[in-house]
Write a protein that binds this ligand. Sequence first.
Ligand SMILES: [Zn+2]
Length: 427
Amino acid sequence: MKKFFYALRAVLLLALALILSLTLSSCSAGNADADKTDAVSPTPDAAISPSPAGDAADESEPDDATHVIATPEATEAIAQEPEETQNLAPYDGIVEHLFFHTPIVYTEQAFDGDAQEEGFDQYMVTVSEYKKILQNLYDKGYILVNMNDVWNEYTDENGKPYMKRETLMIPEGKKPLILSYDDISYYEYMMDNGFPYRLIIGRDGELWSYGKDPQGNAVISQDVDCVTILDKFIKEHPDFSLGGAKGLICLTGYNGILGYRTQTDSKDSSKEFEERRQNEIARVRPIVKRLKETGWYFASHSWGHINLNTASFTKMKNDADKWMDEVGSLIGPTKLMVYPFGSRLDGDDVQKTGDAFKYYHSLGFRVFASVGIESFSRVKKDISAVICDRMHADGLTLRNERERYMKFYDAAEVWDDARPEKYGRKW
Ligand SMILES: [Zn+2]
């Protein structure tokens, strides 16, 4: 009898295994990939059916995306609410601010000795470093806050608007932190250089990233993009986020947004181009919507990633207007402006309030962020605005600023050995 039971169980297990393998192979990568939580390897082995030769995979991507189905993990996470925020305490100290670019997924492509290698090394972290940095920030007691909540505009008794730094209410012992992400455009120059191609929405309604591995296979994953990695991290650690706050996405417009080519082209006014553009706009709208629903928020990073320090007033104004038309129209109003290259309007927004600054102010921008050696901020007295600096989590500071960044993470601990040795490091 016992023997029969074991035999029956073996048959049942075999049948189950068969069904499972059939199910998995008929689904897309996204499903298989979703099981690989916390893969620290920067090289996702999570991919997928080989795509047709050439660039045809681009065309097949929407199909891939619709094959993503809800995983038990994703369903659970939706039901999971942030823990009850007990013992909130007032906080008036420094709100630290760190920013990233899109992390490198395939280091063998980014660090391949070509002309772009050094830039990628300086300005990006790898996926492995990014995941370790998030863990370090969490372990050190940081909690993400929405930058929009840190400063708000009020009106004084004379009807004059002014910006005020809010007293934050955060869980006792935690330290508030803003994370921002520059140039989440998946620029054309990044294609085939080790980065994802775009954000997409799976059949489960969640955000995923789409790209190709170095062998050209389509990869749909939540483990390789800064957005979905943070989403997953906060699902696993809800107390890393105050009120569901995620990160600030800083967008240019010249290559579209979020991997969709929504930009105009002054050299192409054809009907075909405009149709393609409108199609891209239709595709990106649900991505923007889902990002906003899940705690992400947006800033301008100028349309053309221009140097606002040196741009003429006319150039600055045309660029800002174009951003409002092509990007602002898709993401909605924002009071946040993040300077490309960290270059301040009018060359200086600390000591003066110039015409360019006033123009941006007239478009509704109130908080202007540059880059610095500390999370500096100042409420301006002569105009209702805030200027501030962000610190840069990237290869430059990993190599050269280990001590300064120790309050966030230890460069030696997060360091990815795939980085080229030739650029040196100061530790
Ligand atoms: Zn930038």
